[in-house]
Design a protein around this ligand. Sequence first.
Ligand code: HSE
Length: 436
Amino acid sequence: MKPIQVGLLGIGTVGSGTFEVLKRNQEEIQRRAGRGIEVTMVADLDVARAKSIVGANVQVVDDARQVIANPDIDIVIELIGGYGIAKQLVLEAIEAGKHVVTANKALLAVHGTEIFAAAHQKGVMVAFEAAVAGGIPIIKALREGLTANRIQWLAGIINGTTNFILSEMRDKGLAFGDVLKQAQALGYAEADPTFDIEGVDAAHKATIMSAIAFGVPVQFDKAYVEGITKLESQDIKYAEQLGYRIKLLGISKRTAAGIELRVHPCLVPAKRLIANVEGAMNAVMVQADAVGTTLYYGKGAGSEPTASAVIADLVDITRLHTADPLNRVPHLAFQPDAMSNLPILPMAQVVTSYYLRLRVADQAGVLAKVTGILASADISIDAVLQREAGEGESHTDLIILTHDCVEAQMNQAIAEMQQLSTVLAPITRIRKEELN
Ligand code: HSE
């Protein structure tokens, strides 16, 4: 049978990895797919560079629409990124009857509903394994491997740049800004690392996983997003003394009232496997009723790890493109007419536990006032640590771990504690998840 023909839009790091791995493993991939898979056309603004990667046998153009218009192309891979031209091209490719493979988490988290509806109407597939956690097959696991289960929650380290920064801050006691510069020099963080360090990239990925886990529409606009820019290395140290590590987690949880969807720094017990995921690696924990806890670990970015996910999608499409569209795996795991309308909960309604650090005057009665405010807000204390005041110091740090409470209650208690004249600086609050 004639190989399935693939057109590539954008041949940067992931595109060149995809081309290379497809070529290197073509025999093995063909044995799995039942048919050859060939990139026959590439669109990239830098035509000379693209030609130097793919050689003379692949047609290279500078206009993506020529790829979409080519009737011989069966699958279009979109590796341009962003919500702008990439969105238009994906919709045009669908309209032209092409299957689409994309690594574009931003696009799917924000415009997924429109894109999946267009694909459903046209009877084509939009595959996006590479959009979440790079080479880890987490989409496949959530959508197919765990299909028997009622998923209860998932929590993931899904941004390698921030995990690298947090690992270095902990290992070397460095400040956030210094490690960020190092991450940029090593090529982990983008020149403009805002999406990484502010948690937006992780929130795009958490939004997609949440939709697949619970059968709700992608709703990035409802996600709570907090990055790591305000984290101080002293909190990492205090957390460690209490038996915890701080990680930037993407969390989505099913509760009776709705779905939690949030990204923020989080204390995680140091004994959990996920707390020991270091450097730029990614990991996702999933808790489901039948299987229990499962953990997926691997490289969340990079040329060939991400290409591995892109090619898995190409193989899936190659196997299934002649199947009746109604018998394919639904884009978001659940049948489009069986999606749930459970709301995404506002952060104020989320229930979790907390780490608080208060810079307080070293005077009699301070601890009693602070704990009194927590008690009257019905917030139960789990542990307290007080740094011994240094020689000549008139202040100290009070670290409090709480049991679970509603975020709105904690906001109110923090506001009250902040009013105390003996609380000398803004209170640091970091959420805590036991993940058990
Ligand atoms: N910038 C992302 C990260 C990689 O640092 O994990 C691609 O999603």
